[in-house]
Design a protein around this ligand. Structure first.
Ligand SMILES: [Zn+2]
Length: 104
């Protein structure tokens, strides 16, 4: 779907990874892959994705392992919560800017 836009995906995930490294606690951080589970408080307690250098929840780490042995179809980076969420935000912003433009 968006997989041709690797620059965009990398910028989103690098931003998340940087936030993970800087945060004193990851307790309130959502998993960038699924968005459902929370991360463990300390960065080193969390699993690192097999797809990108970023912490993910342990459930997602298991899913990635299952994908690699062929038990699940692969979830590409453009299907990750963090990437989709950013796209939605940008679309909202565009819509919002458009609405402001029309009011002038
Ligand atoms: Zn997850």
């Amino acid at each position: 779907m968006y997989s041709d836009d690797t620059g965009f995906i990398e910028s989103v995930l690098d931003g998340w990874a940087e936030s993970q490294r800087k945060a004193p606690s990851l307790f309130w951080f959502a998993c960038p892959r699924c968005g459902r589970q929370r991360l463990y408080e300390r960065l080193e307690e969390n699993a690192i994705s097999r797809r990108y250098d970023i912490a993910i929840c342990s459930e997602c780490a298991e899913f990635e392992a299952f994908e690699d042995i062929g038990l699940l179809s692969r979830t590409e980076l453009d299907e990750w919560f963090a990437v989709k969420n950013e796209l939605i935000n940008q679309q909202k912003l565009k819509h919002c800017n458009g609405a402001l433009w029309q009011q002038k």
